[in-house]
Write a protein that binds this ligand. Structure first.
Ligand SMILES: Cc1ncc(C[n+]2csc(CCOP(=O)(O)OP(=O)(O)O)c2C)c(N)n1
Length: 902
């Protein structure tokens, strides 16, 4: 047999062998097939036997694991095409500069933080990618690979950009100092990948563990979507993700693995940096994370390539005819492997190779120093290249490379394999000099101790090599583009007349949305760019007719006759289908949305995604993914349907949302609206589309939609700009010689209660009420706080008046009511000069009718009247007796407990 990796497989486990003689015969038979006919024939026979053995009578289940050795054996390894010596020197320089920037920043300001050990373990994995695999799009940034970088390795990526001449020494000296850097003429380097903070550099924000992995899967799938829909040629481009082994514990990391396999995403390659440690300690101290991940990924349908041992081990494996190494690995858990990483060669000789005589014999002839330097797979450029090369040849499946590394590699006693290494950011003089020696860096003792950055001359062999490699791969990475060709938006009047001039027609705002969407889909320019996304709720929102009309995207087309084939709304899957139906995965749906919403940047192709979902399962459920989408400068619409705590009558406390708008308001580039009427919605949609597609502003919209049917009035003329600013005057319930005046604000469905309350105030109490539709308390607050700040900074200038105060000047009491918590209207209320009362749905939801719920939460018309009268009483504008009468009249017995009490 020529293939050393096969030997250990052929050894029987003596402890579990009930008939060693028979086992030996089978083993030899297989060995003989391998010798004479080769591995392909061996696989055929194994398939045959496995088929028989899976018969229930035998009950055999294949183990998903393979021995703890490299999947690509030395004999089948692709030759390394680069200059190994130069690449190793370059990697050493990057390790040093990355370390120096973190240590320097922390010497200057101990509070800045930063990480050395993660990149120290990942440097070689990155470098092989950069030198041989990660393709940039060149001038056409849309053409390259998409690479997700492990966030804590950002210093290494900066260190490379420094050698490439993309960042200066002053920039490296401004790591984690984005605010003060420009004052020094430098560019601040963000802690982790942030497209918002470094917009021409980072593409994908990966700092929150788990979000990079799931996003990368949906990015790879979205590339296929673009291709299948005929929008862009994406074949040949890949998505790479370099992630941590600890990060794989995040539910998001794992939740879409089967989707990637189902969709046959062979354009996706993950490299998992298995340094066996996370922040606190070992990822699986008592097990082996590589084995666990192998079973997980293999079970999910991925190609798994284990990259466990470096080339130095090849000779040991070749000599190990008895399989002693494989057996020793099988006995060794990660906690112990970590200790081996932290200890020196002598310890490893005694404790690992000293386990049995066969192992000891293998180590004979190796010095302690050589044992110390035995590389793990993820530190061997040749082996890494072989694994990546193999991944690229995989057809029909995504690939994961499980690369074993040492955390803090090369940090010596100061960090390698240490429990505390993740947060290590200070190194003593001796440690720095030891690092210099370890990587043979061209630095004097003093230069090492003073953390001098190293950059060879531009015409040095190293830098010429570095630049040539990147030039061959299309240019520098990471690189992000911020613009795409604009897309024309049809005029509002052309498609939204039914909403803006509704003239009392009954419909819900959800129905209005679906009708608007359906029309936009037919627009020649915009239509193909629209990406409707649902998480198994299209029927809930009345979108089932779109199934047939535009089809559900499926890379496999439709391999069955749908049960409802004759129907107008037949469930139609198609390769060029337009709807992304993500099933019950909000995390998946929002990741799809983000991929479409950033297509203008990642693919130079602007798209317009609409993800419609139960509003409760958005910001609350996947808020961190939305935050990442915001950081990624997404453009698109999120639609919180069945919104509000009292519009979704019977559903109760898990479905009824009273806070999504508030959460949306905390996202800087999110525009959050709560329209009551279809016409308002249409205006917001029009404005948003123009802002994102024509003016290319990096904002996205969160808009609530209701499923309650009611009469839709026509939009008053000329209020469009006010709708966008968050407030317009809907009307006044006029009274001749009023007893007092009040202003009522309503948002979403509760505006209708406000309108009714104004009529009651006029009819029953002689109070005149202005009615204001508050389409967005968040936008009102945005305008108000900007004016407030400007005025504070310009005390002697003519003061600016916000839209809020222009609409609501003076001290007429204001009462605002919504289907959300009081904090939503209070966002704006604090900027008023007038007394302000907020009504809302604070507390847990309940199941009951809408009317009962609105009464319970005290946001119905009667409670609004009482609140308005009370506001007037507090200002001495009406008699307290009037309030008491009102309570009696509307039978509003004071409840013992407030609705929010628990
Ligand atoms: C959602 C989230 N939770 C926690 C953290 C804090 N955190 C940062 S790195 C890290 C450990 C990472 O371990 P691993 O993925 O194994 O990567 P390594 O640094 O070991 O290469 C943790 C817990 C985070 N960034 N995001």
């Amino acid at each position: 047999m020529s293939d050393p990796a096969i030997h250990p497989l052929l050894q029987a486990d003596p402890e579990r062998d009930s008939d060693p003689q028979e086992s030996a015969e089978w083993r030899e038979a297989l060995a003989s097939v391998l010798h004479s006919a080769g591995p392909q024939r061996a696989r055929e026979l194994m398939d045959l036997l496995a088929g028989i053995a899976r018969d229930p009578a035998v009950g055999w289940q294949p183990a998903l694991g393979t021995p703890y050795v490299n999947t690509v054996p030395a004999s089948r390894q692709a030759p390394f095409p680069g200059d190994l010596a130069i690449e190793e020197r370059l990697a050493s320089l990057m390790r040093w500069n990355a370390l120096a920037m973190v240590v320097r920043a922390n010497q200057a300001y101990g509070e800045l933080g930063g990480h050395i050990a993660s990149y120290a373990s990942a440097a070689d994995l990155f470098e092989v990618g950069f030198n041989h695999f990660f393709r940039a799009g060149g001038a056409d940034a849309a053409g390259g690979d998409l690479v997700f970088y492990q966030p804590h390795s950002a210093p290494g990526v900066y260190a490379r950009a420094f050698l490439e001449g993309r960042l200066s020494e002053a920039d490296l000296g401004s790591y984690r100092q984005e605010i003060t850097a420009p004052g020094r003429g430098a560019r601040g380097l963000s802690s982790y990948p942030h497209p918002w903070l470094m917009p021409d550099f980072w593409q994908f924000p990966t700092g929150s563990m788990g979000l990079g992995p799931i996003s990368s899967i949906y990015q790879a799938r979205f590339m296929r979507y673009l291709q299948h829909r005929g929008l862009q040629q994406t074949a040949g481009r890949r998505v790479w993700g370099v992630f941590g082994d600890g990060e794989m514990d995040e539910p998001e990391s794992m939740s879409a693995l089967t989707l990637a396999a189902r969709e046959k995403l062979d354009n996706l390659t993950w490299v998992i940096n298995c340094n066996l440690q996370r922040l606190d300690g070992p990822v699986r101290g008592n097990g082996r994370i590589i084995d666990e991940l192998e079973a997980l990924f293999a079970g999910a349908g991925w190609r798994v390539i284990k990259l466990v041992w470096g080339s130095d081990w090849d000779g040991l494996f070749a000599r190990d005819t008895e399989g002693a190494l494989a057996r020793a690995f099988a006995r060794t858990v990660d906690g112990q492997f970590q200790t081996f990483a932290a200890k020196d060669g002598r310890y490893n000789r005694e404790q690992f190779f000293g386990q049995d005589p066969q192992l000891a014999a293998l180590a004979q002839g190796l010095t302690d120093e050589q044992i110390d330097r035995l590389k793990r797979g993820g530190h061997d450029l040749v082996k890494i290249h072989a694994a990546y090369h193999e991944a690229l040849r995989t057809v029909g499946r995504p690939t994961v490379i499980l690369a074993q590394t040492k955390k803090g590699y090369g940090m010596g006693h100061a960090g390698q394999g240490r429990m505390t290494t993740h947060q290590q950011k200070k190194l003593e003089r001796e440690d720095l000099i030891a690092f210099r020696n370890r990587f043979d860096l061209p630095l004097s003792d003093e230069q090492a101790a003073s953390l001098a950055f190293v950059r060879p001359a531009d015409d040095s062999p190293e830098l010429r090599y570095l630049q040539a490699r990147r030039a061959a791969l299309g240019g520098a990475l990471p690189a992000r583009r911020g613009q795409a060709a604009p897309v024309a938006v049809p005029p509002l009047a052309a498609y939204a007349g039914f909403a803006t001039q509704a003239d009392g027609k009954e419909m819900s705002t959800t129905m209005a949305f679906v009708r608007l969407l359906t029309t936009l889909l037919k627009d020649a320019a915009l239509g193909p760019r629209v990406v409707p996304i649902v998480a198994d709720e299209a029927r809930t929102f009345g979108m089932a007719n779109l199934f047939k009309q535009i089809g559900i995207y499926s890379s496999a087309g439709q391999c069955y006759e749908p049960e409802d084939i004759g129907s107008l709304m037949s469930y139609r899957e198609a390769t060029n289908g337009q709807i992304l139906e993500e099933g019950i995965s909000e995390a998946g749906a929002i990741s799809s949305w983000t991929a479409a919403a950033t297509s203008y940047s990642a693919h130079g192709q602007a798209m317009l995604p609409f993800y419609i979902y139960y509003s409760m399962f958005g910001f609350q459920r996947v808020g961190d993914l939305i935050w990442a989408a915001a950081d990624q400068r997404s453009r698109g619409f999120l639609l919180g349907a069945t919104a509000g705590r009292t519009t979704l009558g019977g559903e109760g406390l898990q479905h009824q949302d009273g806070s999504s708008l508030l959460q949306a308001a905390t996202v800087p580039n999110c525009r959050a609206y709560d329209p009551c009427f279809a016409g308002e919605f249409a205006v917001i949609l029009d404005h948003g589309m123009r802002q994102m597609l024509e003016r290319q502003e990096d904002v996205f919209y969160y808009v609530t939609l209701m499923n309650e049917n009611y009469a839709q009035p026509s939009l008053p003329a000329g209020v469009e700009a006010d709708v966008i600013q968050g407030l317009y005057r809907y009307g006044t319930a006029a009274v001749e010689a009023p007893a007092a005046r009040v202003r009522l604000l309503g948002s979403g469905t509760i505006l209708r209660e406000v309108i009714a309350a104004a009529e009651l105030l006029a009819r029953d109490w002689g109070v005149e009420a202005e009615i204001w539709s508050a389409t967005s308390f968040a936008e009102l607050a945005r305008g108000a706080r900007e004016a407030e700040r400007w005025n504070r900074l310009h005390p002697e200038a003519e003061p600016r008046v916000s839209h809020l105060l222009r609409c609501l000047p003076g001290d007429t009491p204001v009462v605002a009511a919504s289907d959300y918590v009081r904090a939503w209207p209070q966002l704006a209320g604090v900027y008023l000069d007038a007394p302000f009362t907020a009504l809302g749905t604070d507390g847990f939801g309940r199941s009951d009718t809408r009317a009962a719920l609105r009464g319970f939460f005290e946001v119905d018309r009667q409670h609004i009247v009482v609140a308005a009268l009370d506001a007037l009483r507090r200002r001495g504008r009406i008699d307290p007796a009037v309030c008491a009468q009102a309570l009696q009249r509307y039978v509003l017995a004071a409840e013992a407990n407030a609705p929010w009490s628990v």
